[in-house]
Design a protein around this ligand. Structure first.
Ligand code: FAD
Length: 518
């Protein structure tokens, strides 16, 4: 009898340790509903996955990973933290494609949004709202595209890469070549369901719970977890004309970008990038050109060290097929790119939007992409300083030091398309245009990653010294409250008030280091 009791006792202890392996830590397991406890995991593979991100520069280990099946599970988890004597930190993880630990939760819980099984994508339309899609927060933009295109519809604003979660990009802004015309993705949301830092489920829009709505958009995950977003849709084109034009001179290049911006029609996209003298072997923008054209462009880049590529994309379908080339020629007549350096492609709308995936698959097969470190720097630069930025950063640092092959993006944004009430931060300068700059480095090892990370910090310091009032997009280099206050500027007090209202115990998205310094 004693032996049997001993065995049962041991068995119970083993089972309970496996169910609640955090029992010996300070984790408040006693406040967790059994349904929550069974969805928390300390499996080493899950922990390792969420302790890193696309940047591969930062590592933070959580106590557990949460695999919710339903949004009620998420609400219960947050409530458990909110009511615990010592609340634990919680970070939603869309795809973990941040580069500075933003989706991590040191000693807390990371919510793997992809585990949700009850969400979906529903395409609807009504007279007052037009066409829209109700999308579960964990869905990737590629899923949104695949579903909406079946109805002949598509969102109006995108990111370059579509394997990012809706909740993740709406927590930042979501920008690409359509932003100058339609605004970032956060300007094209009608309504959201959010679970706040108190564990409350709330529906919000411009008119219902508007404070939460504006707070969450661009809110860096600080006020709640987005479980549904209502995204604006429009009629999708079938094909696109995709054109790149090369410039030797930055001033002419930016002047033409602005010209494009002003005269663009509703169905146009525009971006821009730098091409350096080194052939971009591991650059996901590299395979636009044919081998012959690439040699031609590279030889010009070698001659100058740096040249600029203006990219214009025009949508078309069966109705405009006869006139599209004429329209484009008219548009290009106005521009001052280098004679003979215009390159055209004609692809499907879906292939164009999903272009980075094609490159990703190729780079993965060559051993790049996943193993690389990504010390990225994304900035918004005031229009008044963009020429100086070109000289002091692109030419004097990026070109001269030649530490990476990018991609390096530079293209204008239209302030009028950004809603000031959202949490997103753009340049202070009160003119309509500002530029987005993306230094999207890849490094093969930790040492090179560190060199580029240091270069990013130097660039930020230099801008400070020169009085170029840049703002970080996807911010990751702020270390103090003062730096965050400077970043948010006039929006800081509202941001702080919203935090006190919706996440008073500062539970959510600790990896952003806004209210919890690591
Ligand atoms: P995660 O990294 O998982 O999370 C980011 C932040 O959002 C974290 O703080 C997290 O806690 C929070 N979060 C995640 N899900 C939710 C949710 N449901 N509710 C509330 N908060 C949440 N950005 C652009 O704007 N334009 C681009 O063209 C672009 N291209 C990119 C290309 C690549 C290859 C990569 C790696 C990134 C790119 N990005 C781009 C940046 C990207 O938008 C951000 O890094 C975004 O956060 C990634 O989404 P994610 O789902 O991986 O978010």
């Amino acid at each position: 009898y004693i032996i049997l009791l001993y065995i049962i006792n041991n068995l119970v202890s083993v089972i309970s340790t496996n169910l609640t392996p955090w029992k010996n830590t300070s984790f408040p397991y006693e406040t967790l509903h059994v349904e929550i406890a069974t969805k928390l995991s300390q499996d080493p593979i899950s922990i390792k996955t969420v302790s890193s991100d696309f940047g591969k520069l930062i590592q933070e280990t959580p106590t557990a990973v949460f695999h919710p099946s339903t949004i009620s599970d998420i609400a219960r988890l947050i409530k458990a933290s909110y009511t615990a004597s010592t609340p634990f930190k919680i970070a939603a993880r869309g795809r973990g494609h941040s580069v500075g630990g933003q989706a991590m939760a040191k000693d807390g819980v990371v919510v793997e949004m992809s585990s949700l099984v009850d969400g979906g994508i529903r395409v609807c339309g009504c007279e007052s709202l037009g066409f829209y899609a109700d999308v579960s927060g964990e869905k990737f933009w590629i899923d949104v595209l695949k579903t909406t295109i079946e109805h002949g519809l598509a969102p109006v604003s995108w990111t370059d890469y579509l394997y990012l979660s809706v909740g993740g990009t709406l927590s930042n802004a979501g920008i690409s070549g359509q932003s100058f015309l339609h605004g970032p993705q956060i300007s094209n949301v009608l309504e959201m369901d959010v679970i706040t830092g108190k564990g409350d489920f709330m529906t919000c829009s411009k008119t219902i719970n508007s404070e939460l709505f504006y707070g969450v958009l661009g809110g860096l995950g600080q006020f709640g977890i987005i479980t549904r977003a209502r995204i604006v849709l429009q009629k999708a084109p079938t094909r696109v004309k995709w054109v790149r034009m090369i410039y030797e001179d930055f001033a002419t290049f930016t002047k033409d970008q602005v010209k494009e911006m002003v005269q663009a029609f509703i169905d146009t996209e525009m971006k821009g990038s730098l091409i350096m003298k080194k052939s971009p072997a591991n650059n996901w923008r590299s395979s636009f050109f044919s081998i012959h054209d690439e040699a031609k462009v590279n030889s010009l880049a070698t001659k100058h060290g740096i040249i600029y590529s203006l990219e214009v994309v025009k949508y078309y379908d069966d109705f405009s097929i006869k006139t599209i080339d004429e329209e484009l020629d008219e548009m290009f007549n106005e521009l001052s790119f280098k004679t003979g350096f215009i390159f055209k492609k004609d692809v499907t709308f879906v292939d164009f939007l999903n272009r980075v995936r094609t490159e990703e698959v190729k780079l993965r097969s060559e051993g790049f992409w996943d193993i690389d470190h990504h010390p990225w720097l994304n900035l918004f630069v005031p229009k008044s300083h963009i020429l100086e930025f070109n000289q002091r950063v692109f030419v004097d640092i990026i070109k001269k030091e030649s530490k990476s092959s990018g991609p390096f993006l530079v293209y204008p944004m239209n302030r009028k398309r950004w809603d000031y009430k959202t949490s997103a931060v753009i340049c202070d300068e009160d003119v309509d245009i500002f530029y987005t700059v993306g230094l999207l480095h890849s490094a093969r090892n930790v040492e090179d990653g560190k060199i580029l990370d240091d270069q990013n910090k130097r660039i930020l310091m230099l801008c400070d010294e020169l009085g170029i009032k840049v703002k970080q997009y996807l911010p990751q280099y702020y270390k103090t409250k003062e730096e965050w206050m400077k970043h948010f500027g006039s929006k800081w007090s509202v941001f702080e008030e919203r935090k006190a209202k919706y996440d008073p115990k500062m539970i959510l998205s600790p990896g952003q280091n806004i209210f919890n310094f690591s």
